[in-house]
Ligand binder design. Structure first.
Ligand SMILES: O=P(O)(O)OC[C@H]1O[C@@H](O)[C@H](O)[C@@H](O)[C@@H]1O
Ligand SMILES: [Mg+2]
Length: 227
């Protein structure tokens, strides 16, 4: 069995139960401009840049660039109000324990989130002491599904992408992990199984030994490909 050198986590929907909060904040903006916004649409937008989402939502509404930016800022203000009250009880099941146990096992941990609010969320959940590197979102030009954010985490931690396991709940995020050629764990119903080395419906079923197992399999597969 082989342990990865690093585990790179997406934040929203993987560590933090914040996907419903993104929904509430975006729904408020969508209602104000009179466009439909469903929970399914919110899931499909996960992992993607906020302005990209606002642009798609307002397609055909003839909004100026300034208005679109203002709507993006509004969504963020609503979201910030919501995350101001979260705490460790808003972590997804088992994730704080998993981070603690991985650290104790000597694994490096990074957060690769598209959110400009990632640091606040990590602090509110009380997990910052486990995080070796939170990729600052402005460090990355091409957002998910581009691999850049995951590759930046590996570069900073001085590990090879093949020595990393990465976790994502969004389709864009899973594509980013695959493009970075890391071992991919897909979390939840919103992400398709294809392309993931492991798909789990709930974070409850994750622990150090499941990570060890899936990474060992990933490494073995890589050896087979090269033979
Ligand atoms: O608007 P923020 O907090 O900067 O976040 C940007 C994106 O961050 C991602 O983590 C979320 O999954 C997306 O829903 C969100 O649009
Ligand atoms: Mg996510």
């Amino acid at each position: 069995m082989k342990m990865p050198k690093a585990v790179i986590f997406d934040l929203d929907g993987v560590i933090a139960n914040t996907v419903p909060l993104h929904y509430v904040a975006t729904k408020q903006v969508a209602d104000e401009v009179g466009v439909p916004f469903t929970y399914k649409m919110n899931e499909a937008f996960q992992g993607r840049n906020r302005m990209e989402m606002i642009r798609e939502l307002c397609e055909g509404l003839d909004k100026s660039e300034e208005e679109l930016i203002r709507l993006g800022e509004k969504k963020n203000e609503y979201y910030k109000e919501l995350i101001a009250t979260i705490s460790e009880k808003d972590a997804l099941p088992g994730m704080i324990m998993l981070m603690k146990e991985l650290k104790e096992a000597g694994v490096l941990l990074a957060i690769a989130s598209s959110s400009s609010n990632a640091e606040s969320v990590v602090n509110q959940l009380g997990v910052s002491m486990y995080v070796d590197y939170l990729v600052p979102h402005h460090k990355v030009t091409h957002m998910k599904p581009a691999p850049d954010i995951f590759l930046e985490a590996a570069r900073f931690l001085k590990v090879n992408p093949k020595e990393c396991v990465a976790l994502e709940d969004s389709q864009a995020g899973l594509e980013a992990i695959r493009a970075a050629r890391m071992c991919a764990i897909a979390v939840g119903e919103a992400v398709k199984e294809e392309g993931a080395d492991l798909h789990i419906t709930s974070t409850k079923s994750l622990n150090v030994s499941s990570i060890l197992q899936i990474y060992t399999k990933f490494i073995a597969k890589d050896g087979e490909i090269r033979k």
